[in-house]
Design a binder for this molecule. Structure first.
Ligand SMILES: [Fe+2]
Length: 286
């Protein structure tokens, strides 16, 4: 009998849980508790390219909400209050707003909640594979537009403070979009600090040859489930190598992969809490 991927994963999970003696408590924990245990990860980003005017500038990233799959508008509303509490200067969303754009019911409160999110220097986002999937491209863009988020699709803008600036670039989704890194970075001076948003982290191996200082990604969900002595249970394509946290690549690119907020395929998280990431820019000139 042919077994679906979902059934297979369920059986592997329950089998492994049994072997490890995790049992019913472990299941309930992974299903009902950990998916709600939001963690804020704080990182300091130091670079000689960060101008003094941006010392202690706060960039907050959230990712992969997957609304409609065991994550609802009330949870997003609560998240928005947490995010606003950090008073970010810049708010970045790195893709996968809705799990299945063609079946989601788009409650009227969705735009209101997105609008409620505050960031002094702007709110920007990029497409993830789920945003493009199921004919979501235009619908998700419309919702994010109305919510006050500006899309960066193979383009960049300069974030300015007086005469100082840095570049914020965003790439179209690697799996289902038309990513064009050359276009996204076109004519950014090499001495300008450059932050690139890409949904899928593993392309960093290729993109490190470009003058990018910081790449922020999501997509991996941190594997969603990590098992002791085994590791990550589910790593999607393009998030198999870089799954969570900070990686310094050979050519000096700093990659940060968010575990994201929601879940997909299976509503579990184990040793893999949902997260938001707060980046504090640190200048050597301050
Ligand atoms: Fe995702």
């Amino acid at each position: 009998m042919k077994m679906s991927r979902r059934t297979f994963l369920k059986r592997v999970l329950s089998g492994t849980a049994g072997i490890l003696g995790i049992g019913a408590f472990g299941y309930s924990y992974a299903r009902y508790l950990e998916p709600h245990m939001l963690q804020t990860k704080t990182y300091s980003i130091t670079s000689e390219k960060i101008p003094g005017a941006f010392h202690n500038f706060k960039v907050l990233q959230f990712s992969d909400t997957h609304l409609g799959f065991h994550y609802d508008i009330n949870q997003l509303n609560k998240l928005s209050e947490t995010i606003n509490g950090y008073e970010p200067d810049l708010l970045l969303f790195t893709g996968d707003l809705v799990d299945k754009p063609h079946t989601y019911d788009y409650p009227v409160e969705l735009v209101q909640v997105l609008r409620k999110l505050e960031a002094k220097r702007g709110k920007y986002w990029i497409y993830g594979n789920h945003d493009h999937g199921g004919y979501g491209t235009d619908k998700i863009r419309d919702v994010m537009d109305q919510g006050g988020f500006q899309l960066l699709q193979n383009e960049h803008i300069l974030i300015r403070n007086g005469s100082a600036s840095f570049a914020l670039a965003g790439l179209d989704d690697v799996m289902l979009g038309k990513p064009d890194i050359e276009k996204a970075l076109n004519r950014i001076p090499e001495d300008l600090f450059t932050l690139l948003m890409v949904h899928e982290p593993d392309v960093a191996d290729d993109y490190q040859r470009y003058p990018i200082d910081l790449q922020l990604s999501g997509h991996s969900h941190g594997g969603q489930v990590q098992l002791p002595f085994y590791g990550y249970m589910v790593t999607p394509p393009y998030a198999e190598k870089y799954v969570e946290g900070h990686y310094r690549l050979e050519q000096g690119l700093d990659l940060y992969v968010s575990r994201g907020i929601g879940t997909t395929r299976l509503p579990y998280r184990f040793l893999c809490q949902p997260e938001i990431s707060l980046f504090l820019l640190k200048s050597n000139d301050s």
